[in-house]
Design a protein around this ligand. Structure first.
Ligand code: RTP
Ligand code: MG
Length: 143
């Protein structure tokens, strides 16, 4: 098993619904450690840059508008198989397809406003963590 880090975002819909603590509890209950955390309100440029891989997709404009519609909470999660584990905790992109007990099944209404983001592979995790956090802002456990 590999110790990994992944980038997680609590999206504007879930922050608006007062779900920050409930979502953090899911991460910690699953054994993931929050090793960096900040609240932000993304600019259009920041959201476009973060989702650049989707820039040609038909939903890109709506995605950027949604991600800039209110504050988000961004965190680095660390743990064994953290990338896959977080994706399992999140559930499928479309909440209608998400397994019972996942964040998206419990807290999201639509594919456009689906509560959380999580990196999908090691390379994207490294890029996404560096997009939001400097090395000094990441604080691994010392005890
Ligand atoms: P995320 O990146 O946010 O963790 O979600 P994901 O990997 O499960 O989904 P991805 O394919 O990366 O898409 C990014 C976000 O774009 C929106 N989306 N809308 N209307 C659509 O068909 C559609 N497809 C994707 C979702 O908000 C998705 O989370
Ligand atoms: Mg994705």
């Amino acid at each position: 098993m590999a110790l990994e880090r992944t980038l997680s975002i609590i999206k504007p819909d879930a922050v608006a619904k007062n779900l920050i603590g409930a979502i953090y509890n899911r991460f910690e209950s699953a054994g993931l450690r929050i090793v960096a955390s900040k609240m932000m309100h993304l600019s259009k440029e920041q959201a476009e840059g973060f989702y650049a891989e989707h820039s040609e997709r038909p939903f890109f404009g709506a995605l950027v508008e949604f991600m800039t519609s209110g504050p988000i909470v961004v965190q680095v999660l660390e743990g064994e198989e953290a990338i896959l584990k977080n994706r399992e905790i999140m559930g499928a992109t479309n909440p209608a397809d998400a397994l019972a007990g996942t964040l998206r099944a419990d807290y999201a209404e639509t594919i456009d406003e689906n509560a959380v983001h999580g990196s999908d592979a090691a390379e994207t995790a490294a890029r996404e963590i560096a997009y939001f956090f400097s090395d000094e802002e990441i604080c691994p456990r010392t005890r």
